[in-house]
Design a protein around this ligand. Structure first.
Ligand code: 5GP
Length: 190
């Protein structure tokens, strides 16, 4: 029997928008058959983050080696750190019929969509910049300077998201989850 190859889902949103929270609700939904692509990063782990679960935490030397060896499907620098998607896992999971979700920032998303125009792309927006700033402070995982950098980056980024196929507003968490669920189900049934 020929198994249908899984979808490639590019999933982005500005820092602090709640995309991780939405995803945490989607991942256990069996009907969506999702596999989360764990990225490689040079960022230091935040409290509670686990190696191989949240990220593969590496030093700059190992990251550059992965780039040189062509191990990454895409990579980008984001607020002073490097992030990239290991290619092998994505292919393996898709070949097993899993819908692979890449939680990546906008420049990486562009690279993926250039290489794989069939990828499904979803961008989560906040109801407003003020609300975003409030959420970032509430999360308090970063210092003030980093928060301000992330807010300023968000403002710029929101002007460049037209290339995403679907834009979902995270005003109400359950509604946003349902919207993303429907987008994925529709694509699976095409
Ligand atoms: P954070 O430091 O908050 O975990 O992630 C910062 C940003 O990097 C987020 O927008 C996140 O989606 C993005 N990111 C995480 N992994 C990757 C990756 O592999 N490639 C790219 N291009 N961005 C990533």
């Amino acid at each position: 029997m020929n198994m249908k190859k899984g979808l490639l889902i590019v999933y982005s949103g500005v820092s602090g928008v709640g995309k991780g929270t939405i995803l945490a609700k989607l991942m256990p939904m069996e009907e969506l058959n999702l596999a989360y692509s764990v990225s490689m990063t040079t960022r230091k782990p935040r409290e509670g983050e686990v190696e191989g679960v949240n990220y593969f935490f590496v030093d700059k030397k190992r990251f550059m080696e992965a780039v040189r060896n062509g191990e990454l499907l895409e990579h980008a620098r984001f607020v002073e750190n490097d992030y990239g998607t290991p290619k092998d896992y994505v292919e393996k999971m898709r070949n097993e019929g899993k819908n692979v979700i890449l939680e990546i920032e906008i420049r990486g998303a562009k690279q993926v969509l250039e290489k794989c125009p069939d990828a499904l792309s979803i961008y989560i927006v906040p109801p407003s910049i003020e609300e975003l700033e409030r959420r970032l402070r509430e999360r308090s995982t970063e210092d003030e300077q980093t928060i301000m950098k992330r807010v300023s980056k968000a403002k710029k980024e929101l002007k460049e998201i037209d290339f995403y196929e679907h834009i979902v507003c995270n005003d109400d968490l359950d509604k946003a989850v349902e919207e993303v669920r429907q987008i994925i189900l529709n694509e699976m049934n095409k």
